[in-house]
Structure formats: C-alpha cells, structure tokens
Design a protein around this ligand. Structure first.
Ligand SMILES: C[S@@+](CC[C@H](N)C(=O)[O-])C[C@H]1O[C@@H](n2cnc3c(N)ncnc32)[C@H](O)[C@@H]1O
Length: 291
C-alpha cells in the first residue's frame, strides 16, 4: 500500500510529533496494552503513550471522495478478517478464537467521540468505528492506545477500535449477515449539491447492504444538523421495505440516542453554535416470507 509522506517539512514540530506517534502506533496498535507491555518503557516513552493525541497534528482535507480508489485493504470475506488485531484482549489465548464479535458500528466515526462514550455504556459489546480519512483514523487509533494505557488496570476501552475503510464499498467484506445490532450515522457529510447526492452515505442501494449486515430488530441511528439531509435520510429509510421508523418516545427513552446527541465532535460543534440536531432511528424489520 502507498503511504503519503508524513509532512513536507522534516524539521517541523508536526513532522516530529507524527513520527513519534507513528512509532508508538506501529508498536502498540495490535497488541494487548497492559502492565507487561508498558513496564519496559522509560518515563518519556510512557508519557508519550498515555498522552492523548493532539488533534491539530492530524489535520487533513475535510472531505474524502468515497468513489475514488483509496487503495484500501479489506478482507475477501468476514471469515478472513483478523479481529484479534483490533481487540487483542478479546482473543481466547488457548484457542486463538475471538470471544466476541463486533455488534455496534459507527460509520464515518470521525475523531471517535461516539466510540469513547459508547465504550463504558456497552462494556459487553465490541464496537467498531469505520473512517475513510487516513489522518483521522490515525488520530482515533492513537486516542484508543492512550485510553487503554491510562486505564490498563481497570480494563476500560478494550471493546472499541477503528478501521480505515470505505463503508460505501466494503461493509459485507467485514460483517456477516445479521451480525450487527446497531449502526450509527452521525453528522454524515451532507454533499449539498444535487449532482453530489449519489455520494451520500444513505441511498437505497446502500440501505440494502446495511439491512444485510443488521440483525432483525437492529437499529440504524441517524443524526445531522442539515435539515435537507435529515429529510433525505428519512425518505430513503421510510421507502425501504426492511426499515421502520421508531417513535419520538422510543428515541427519548433510548440510551444511545442520548449519547449520540452529545458525544461526537461534530455534535459538540453544532451545540456550540446552538444549531439544530435532527434525529431519526429505524428498526430493521424481518425479511418477508417468500411464498
Ligand atoms: C462530518 S464527519 C462526522 C464525524 C463523526 N461522525 C462526528 O459526528 O463527529 C463525517 C465523517 O465521515 C467520514 N466518511 C465519509 N464517507 C465515508 C465512507 N464512505 N466510509 C467511511 N467514512 C466516511 C469522513 O471522513 C468524516 O470523518
């Protein structure tokens, strides 16, 4: 896989920061972070690992074209996915098998705020963020490494991770039929212009893929500050035969809706600007019986 240079100026602070974080990431992103793995570190290395990443060093273009060839790596089928690399603490040492499967997905997870807040609320679930932008994915990986290191004694944050991927192309390569219980679409890119609507993350075709990986009774969560996009998502979900909208009363009683309203970085931005937040949640219906 081609990798872009870290920064154009090797003498810059940003370059040095990124090189250091990349070294940590390479060493720690696929291993158990516990007393043993941290005990060999000197004070400086230990501090570098437990310090939360600084967003300003991970800036990149706001949008990534979901139709371009990102040279992404993805498994040929879900059976070939090595989940132990993302959740090493959840691998049975004797058999090598994973003790759990991913059941919650945050599509276009951005800087990972939702993952971090869902983690303690759903400690028994494995939660995956999928993100297309390289630097943003790196940030989330570094954030999770730091959180796991800070919490090495209390086992927190072992159930979340992020994967660089294009959710519009490869979801069924990662997840089996009916594997997921919840899918989140928080503040997706609005693609305002009509000719760009095909790049929206909710379309009729994509909904059929989401229905494939979601189990019956599973839920699609959507939230956005763009009313036009909200209406678009509601329209497409309402028109799809495998989804049914959940009531406002259901939304008000659901823990995930409460978390989703406030956890994500985009959601916080909207809050600061006192913008609107439009929520819509849909239940995955049973497949119709074929007579
Ligand atoms: C506006 S941001 C919202 C991020 C986050 N959900 C939040 O609420 O803070 C949309 C994110 O979706 C990512 N994204 C867009 N298309 C994607 C795709 N096809 N697959 C995975 N991620 C995608 C973008 O890179 C971006 O980080």
């Amino acid at each position: 896989m081609k990798t872009k240079p870290l920064s154009h100026d090797p003498g810059s602070k940003r370059y040095a920061y990124r090189v250091n974080k990349e070294e940590n990431r390479k060493e720690l992103k696929h291993v158990k972070i516990d007393e043993a793995s941290l005990s060999t570190k000197d004070d400086k290395a230990h501090k570098d690992i437990i310090e939360l990443p600084k967003k300003r060093f991970y800036r990149q273009r706001a949008h990534s074209n979901p139709f371009s060839d990102h040279q992404l790596e993805y498994p040929a089928s879900p059976a070939e996915m090595d989940w132990a690399k993302l959740y090493p603490h959840l691998q049975d040492e004797a058999t090598g098998e994973m003790t759990k499967k991913v059941t919650i997905a945050d599509i276009g997870c951005g800087f990972g705020g939702l993952l971090v807040d869902l983690s303690p609320a759903f400690p028994e679930n494995l939660i995956l963020g999928m993100e297309i932008r390289v630097q943003v994915t790196n940030y989330v990986e570094d954030r999770i490494i730091a959180l796991r290191a800070q919490n090495k004694d209390n086992l927190k944050y072992r159930n979340i991770n992020v994967l660089r991927g294009n959710a519009m192309k490869f979801l069924p390569n990662f997840f089996e039929k009916s594997q997921l219980e919840k899918m989140f679409f928080c503040f997706p890119d609005p693609h305002f212009k009509q000719r760009k609507h095909k790049a929206r993350i909710i379309t009729n075709t994509l909904l059929s893929e989401y229905a494939y990986v979601l189990k019956e009774g599973g839920v699609i969560y959507t939230i956005t500050d763009v009313e036009d996009l909200h209406l678009w998502m509601v329209k497409h979900l309402e028109e799809h035969p495998l989804f049914e909208r959940l009531s406002e009363e259901w939304e008000n009683n659901d823990t995930c809706v409460q978390i989703m309203r406030n956890a994500t970085e985009e959601g916080k931005k909207v809050e600061r600007k006192k913008g609107d937040k439009f929520v819509a949640c849909f239940k995955r219906l049973p497949n119709p019986t074929i007579i």
